[in-house]
Design a protein around this ligand. Sequence first.
Ligand code: ADP
Length: 193
Amino acid sequence: MSFNIIFFGPPAAGKGTQAKIIEQAHNLRQLSTGDMLRAQVAEGTELGLQAKAIMDSGKLVSDEIVIGMIADSMERNKKAKGFIFDGFPRTTAQAQALDAMLAERGEKIDMVLELQVDDSALLSRIEKRAKEEGRSDDTVDAMKVRLEQYRSYSAEVLPYYKTKEIVYGVDGMRSIDEVTIQIEAVLEQDEAA
Ligand code: ADP
């Protein structure tokens, strides 16, 4: 039985951290469009060159690019028990494309976990991450744009899943361990996880 989850939440909410923990514990495969794009930038591919300036400004890369990357990764992971989508979908077009790709495998999105974190906490996490990781989009200006983008795309994408009644809120202000415990409690509601 397959199981597919979306980790949804603002920049620096802890999606990647939690996705890596849950991926291990449940034998799922994390697919992060942000990580995939950064890998393309690091490799200096044509796609990476195109995406870098957009990412550094905090805006969204085109649907075509991210949908293509997700399609390729799903194709390469045919045997996965399920996926954790991290940072995707961010538009209705991406959500619809994802539904279609999963439907081809006879699967669907089973749960959307919304990590909720206050803006002030996000800003201090970004400041800390900027010092530790040096990501080129972890600047004050890009962060402002990323938060604005989040407000607008979450208002578009969350209702798409809320009508399906599969959105679960998680308090992302707590410690890493406490957030994991909350996520595990939500996952227990679905025995396929
Ligand atoms: P964060 O959520 O912390 O801002 P991500 O690593 O998820 O960081 O994304 C970094 C950047 O990559 C985004 O600001 C955006 O430019 C681009 N990106 C990632 N995923 C998508 C997506 N699904 N659609 C469009 N752009 C994306």
